[in-house]
Design a binder for this molecule. Sequence first.
Ligand SMILES: [Zn+2]
Length: 526
Amino acid sequence: MNKRRPLRLSSVVLVLAMVSCATFAGNEANPDAVELAPIPVPVEFSSDMDKPVAFDATATVTVTCPDVGAAAWLVRHFSDWYGKQAPKVVQGGLQPAATAANATSCVPPEGDEAYAIAADSSSGIRISARSLAGVRWAAYTLRQLAIAKRGTFRTEGRIVPTLKVSDRPHLAFRAVHLCWFPEVRPTQMERAIRLAALMKFNYAIIEPWGMYASAKHPWWHWPNPTMTKEAVRRLTAIGADLGITLIPQINAYGHATSSRGCTIKHAMLDLQPEYEPLFEPGGWNWCVSNPETQRVLRDLIAEMHDDFGRPPFFHLGCDEAQPPSCPECRKTPYAELVCKHITGLADFVKSRGARAMIWHDMLLERGDPRWKGYVHHGTKTTATLADTLPKDVIICDWQYSYGNMKEARKDWPTMAYFKEKGFPVAGCPWMNFNAMKPMADYISKIGGFGFIETTWHHLRGSDWVQMYKFASAAAWGTSVPPRPPMYDTPFGNALRLIGHDMKLTDYLDTGHLNNQVPPGWWVDNN
Ligand SMILES: [Zn+2]
């Protein structure tokens, strides 16, 4: 039995994050009562479910925003989410007030994506923001908090608590990195993208793992790929509407197998040996001295970039590469070859109006004592790339607190190093949950580029819950409330809303695991 006590949050004023202070007050009639909170918890959040506010067809949501399209976006999405029970939406003005005139004012903090919400039974529900992005985040906060009116058989409208919310992101670039493995259901990819938007990430980097169905190079994937052009274009459009931009990835240096190294699988060479010259012997790296490699990768970049709607970034991978062994690559110092290879691709990405991103680890020398305890996989020669690559390439510094995933580091010297070298740098955690907020704070402190939550093969179960909750909170500068006992209500609510949006009908697409018990459990082993 879980002995952790539930939070007492009725008539609550939560002031989190920037001041790291939360105040919890109890409900007098029922001291066990708890207050719902969205993911991530807003910077300033005051909520009282003892005073519910109608959020149904009788209610009006007043929007103040200079983007006149924001009210139309709300009308369309309220209709999708709530049908005939959708609240009315009215445009309340174009410019949010600069300062609060009285205690019931609804004034967003500074920033393009900032928003404020005020909801009470006398004034109704008000949203104030400076952009459509801010209005979206406000809508997602309300949506996560809305519950069905009580006392009926079927839903006859919704209520939200009496609310006062003031919120703004800690970092402008807030991404999840998602892996489209052959084993991952396409519906799971869509759920992960939609849920990331609901939790206020604004970018999703999609790594295809041999699943992208290229028309130009149909050999560059496993048989029967599910990441079709139609699927990519559809998800890109969904993401654009929801406020999350999809970014394509190709591993353009190491990891050329499009498979996890521990499996020794190779998405191209296992079934099509004729493409061997494009890769180093064994297939882990691309052969960067072969001009055909650069041609093929440029073709793939152009095709994927177009299918993804020409987003402003393209991730080139480049982590965990090996030294060369082919006779052509051995003729030239490897750092020169690799620099020419990555620079060529980065320039090509730039010619398409986007910026290249790469993982950091080959740019740090393995034996350098400065990086002890931090991820660093380079050699003395590849570490020179930190001086030779174009400075507009975004360095994605993935640090997983190896050896102690619970550790809460405060300083990230590798990120400071890349920043000092003149690169934009993004902090990239994985499941080192306690390190996420300090990492986001550090990136903010050094004026870094952003934050990328990597998920790899753990986008399921409680790992998925924790990764999304801790990373979204870190990127918005707030803390994660204590984990609820037994059942995670905020995550469960949010995930279920996504399922409703997708009109899912398959048991396997519900919850955060496909199955509750192993599918072979009921086989008679006697
Ligand atoms: Zn080679």
